[in-house]
Design a protein around this ligand. Structure first.
Ligand code: 5AD
Ligand code: SF4
Length: 457
């Protein structure tokens, strides 16, 4: 969980700006980068009336932005919001809101299971927050905004509100998803795929870079189908245009669907100098049989072909992926195919999860669910194998000089800095804070599974 969606430096700057007469907002964010982005939008639509607090005990408004992708994420919401009940007893004026994917999924049921909350709103309802808060204050009682729209639901809300010192920022380019992978709840809670108007994307990205942001990450559940429905600028065209914003050092995007990532996007890795040479390409399983049951609409061979094309276009490109362990019907042989695919591709990192049955989804109804202990065993084996692979790949960088965009202080040691290579490797090294936001050269001295250590050149 991120208590606030900002870097430490950006947070300090925001808190320093706090006007004590303003109301205090505490915001907790669970889940993916889309949710981090949505939390920033929430702060933005609430405007100058609220300032951020890190302490929920002194908040006037508490917002929890929730995730329902797996059951575990959903449980976190209930325990956190449960704890806020006592604050409400002490301060009856306190307003508590639950937003995001669980709010969308549960709707008014949440008001019954958590009777001390005042607002329930889905990802598309967040721009209605001021109106909803007004209604609660006027004594209307708890309010719920969870209808799904077929249009891009978030109106342009002006220049983003990032604190000073923010080095990277997200820009949403689309909402929702039409893919209906059989395990996934996203199409049900975030609605159909809708692309954001290109003008809004540019205005927002440009404003961020003018505020000092050096790296933009374009966000969408399925970015490769950007603009396909309205036949305008496609995703490759969008990348080329955004990359040209003066002062933008780095551009990234997530998430891609292997079936929709065309040669035009693969060529962008070769042709756009500030497009980072890293691609997150979720494969989910190495078995064609399981991919079919997941409704992914590509085979193991199609996926490996895509990887090959990308490596041909851009030999230095690195890959990361998502894996689901123990999807219904997954046999030992299917699982071994996933293990062999990990070795064949050689990912830098992976995100692996035990399959979790979700409401509304087809796979939750499949009869051949895999026992919990088998899922756990397979997940463990996947993570162990990947640790070896990651370490091996990281060791290849030892002794080499890499370019790092400095993002802030290192989490483990305040005298150290942390940043990323174009290939998305996290690098920690000693250095002065004045380098934050700059591209520096670092010689790698040590490789670990999840990061690298080095020294300034
Ligand atoms: N169970 C486990 N993992 C899931 N993901 C999505 N839905 C589920 C589920 N029901 C994983 C996929 C996806 C990532 C964001 O979350 O790997 O790519
Ligand atoms: Fe979910 Fe599949 Fe859409 Fe990704 S592409 S959000 S996994 S339905």
């Amino acid at each position: 969980m991120l208590s606030v969606p900002f870097s430490k430096t950006a947070m300090k700057a925001m808190i320093a700006k706090t006007d004590i007469r303003r109301k205090r907002l505490y915001i907790a964010t669970f889940g993916c980068q889309m949710n981090e982005y949505d939390s920033i939008k929430m702060i933005q639509v609430l405007g100058s009336e609220y300032s951020i607090t890190k302490d929920p005990r002194n908040a006037d408004l508490i917002l929890v932005n929730t995730c329902s992708i797996r059951e575990k994420a959903e449980h976190k919401l209930y325990s956190l919001v449960g704890r806020f009940k006592e604050f409400k007893l002490k301060n009856p004026e306190l307003i508590i809101g639950v937003g995001g994917c669980v709010a969308q999924q549960e709707g008014e049921r949440l008001l019954k299971s958590l009777p001390h909350i005042d607002l329930v709103f889905g990802p598309q309802g967040l721009y209605r927050l001021p109106e909803m808060i007004g209604a609660v204050k006027a004594g209307v009682g708890p309010v719920c905004a969870t209808e799904l729209s077929g249009d891009f639901a978030i109106p342009f809300t002006g220049v983003p509100v990032l604190g000073e010192g923010a080095v990277r920022a997200f820009v949403t380019i689309m909402q929702g998803c039409d893919n209906f992978c059989t395990y996934c709840i996203v199409p049900y809670v975030r609605g159909r795929e809708v692309s954001r108007p290109v003008g809004d994307i540019f205005t927002e990205a440009k404003a961020l870079v003018e505020q000092g942001v050096k790296e933009i990450i374009l966000l969408g559940q399925n970015v490769n189908s950007y603009g396909k429905k309205n036949g305008g600028l496609g995703f490759a065209g969008l990348l080329k245009q955004v990359a040209k914003i003066p002062g933008l050092l780095r551009l990234r995007f997530t998430t891609s669907h292997p079936r929709d990532l065309g040669d035009d996007v693969a060529e962008c890795f070769r042709d756009i100098p500030n497009l980072c040479k890293h691609l997150h390409l979720p494969v989910q399983s190495g078995s064609t049989r399981i991919l079919k049951r997941m409704n992914r609409r590509y085979t193991r061979e199609d996926y490996l072909d895509r990887i090959k094309t990308l490596r041909d276009m851009c030999p230095s490109i690195t890959f990361t992926t998502d894996i689901i362990a123990g999807f219904p019907g997954e046999t030992d042989e299917d699982f071994e195919e996933t293990m062999s695919l990990l070795k064949e591709v050689g990912y830098e990192q992976i995100f692996a999860f035990k399959y979790s049955p979700r409401p509304f989804t087809k796979a939750a109804e499949f009869e051949d669910q895999v026992p919990e202990d088998v899922k756990a065993g397979r997940l463990k084996a996947i993570l162990e194998l990947q640790n070896e692979i990651s370490l091996g790949r990281h060791e290849q960088l030892c002794g080499r000089e890499v370019e790092v965009l400095v993002e802030g202080q290192s989490k483990t040691d305040q005298a150290w800095l942390a940043g990323r290579t174009t290939g998305n490797h996290v690098v920690n090294f000693p250095g002065p804070m004045s380098l934050i936001g700059q591209l520096v050269n670092v010689r790698i001295t040590k490789a670990l599974c999840h990061c690298l250590c080095g020294e300034l050149v």
